[in-house]
Design a protein around this ligand. Sequence first.
Ligand code: SF4
Ligand code: SF4
Ligand code: SF4
Length: 534
Amino acid sequence: MATGETEEVHKESAHTGGQVDPEELKRGGVVKLQGKDLYSMWVKTNCCNLSSNQLRKLGEIADKYARGLLLFTTRQIPIVPFVRLSDVGKVKEELRKVELELDRCGPRVRNINVCPGEKVCQEAILDPISLAELLDNFFRESILHKIKIGVSGCETDCILSRVLNDISFVATMREQRRGFDTFVGGKLGTSPFVGEKVASCLSETECVNLVQNYFDFLRAEGLKGERSADLIRRLGLGRVKNELTKNLEREIGLKPVTCGTALSARKEGRVTARIRATCGEVTSSQLQEIADLADEFGEGIVHFAVRGSPEIPHVGEEKLERLREELGNVGLETIRGGLDNVQSCFGNYCTESLADPQTLLRRVENRAHEIDLGGLSVTISGSGCPNSCGIPQLSDIGFMGVVRPEVDGSTCNGCGLCVTACRECAISIQDGVARIDYDKCRSCGQCIAICPLTAILESKKGFAILVGGRGGKSTRLGQKVAEFLSEEEAFQIADSCFQLCKKEGCELSKLIDRIGLDRTKELILGEDTSKTRR
Ligand code: SF4
Ligand code: SF4
Ligand code: SF4
């Protein structure tokens, strides 16, 4: 009889007659890597927290079955990259030993995004963890498309939920009453959308009912592949709002659940140690150290933040210096204001990637430290393609891999595969040949990848730069100031951004508030605006 791991692989490939179906594996949290016969395994967190023992196990797994590397992601989960398919079953068995499972992918509710909550953060108006636990347990079934849900403890919305989530619950206080304001439609990707408010100050029961209404509405009228933003674009906000807020007070018999990594109540003099992990990358030995430090200085729990920094809550202020020394021994440091954790998507490892954001981001981060931005709270992030998994639109400076497609009319046979692949409806067949509407094109390269005749060429490729993005109460998506840049050109423009921030004494998002985007763009690019022309 086959061993456990071969059984797993057998199960994963049985339906394809022994062939591995990457899409099926992906739905189970196992994602193929670029150009290699290797996979990444996406691990579910408990309300975006893991215990020190679970972290140690992840470190062991990364050493034994992968390359000793882990990624902390904007999805607030860890990823173990470079696992061989034949080891997938063994890794799952190892995870089960510490009560971990792979994250839910495919058409269902993903890992619920949640901030650290009222036991950690003094700004919290309500406990987001309690609602996140309820939602996580309530909504596990399959639906038409992926659904992302986020819960924030206050309007600062540290998890950027209004933009990253289909449904975002943000705790608020209205006339002495606490509840969750609810936003629908958030998404990044090629057509970003900032969530629209559909309800105010809801109770936990009302929040659960609203999500149930969303499920019911999708089942009745949703289209395959349609996110909440698409639903709003197709049917209008008024209609979506009416459907989602119907009969919210109904009884549903909620039973409280606990995610198993509950912290004790917040105490004076306790702080959170935020650890810098550039591009969310942490080695297994660093992870082991973080787990040990969480035991020694905190309560044995580590939080996964949206910008990819591991966080140890409940550290006594008087112990912070000692903790920093210990971190320094494994090449880590804490974030002490100023430049936030520099976050990247899966980038270089991802099959969709058009550029290498990690290498650029490391150069840019070093430059930011050299320049010394003082106390400015600058955020920087990057993505390998316009899918925007690395949240480039939500940072002061964001990078995104882009490509400009160009049809070779002499090779195209008008088969129309590219028309179907283009999510922006930017391609049509005219006179038997594909034509691209560049006003609609979002430079994602899907048409290039799908064309069986290689009839769509890359006429330009490189990085786009977006500036001025931010989350929270005054959420704004970053605006593109240049595109199709080489790594060096992108680096030079980032340098200009830093010089400008330093001279003006404020972050780009605030500078845009003050002098407008056009003037900010002129100051960043100087006379050379050629890169902004398409
Ligand atoms: S943004 Fe693109 S390259 Fe990066 S992880 Fe997402 S799909 Fe991959
Ligand atoms: S997929 Fe290729 S061959 Fe087919 S219509 Fe598009 S460009 Fe032409
Ligand atoms: S035309 Fe091609 S590159 Fe442009 S949005 Fe459509 S699929 Fe993406």
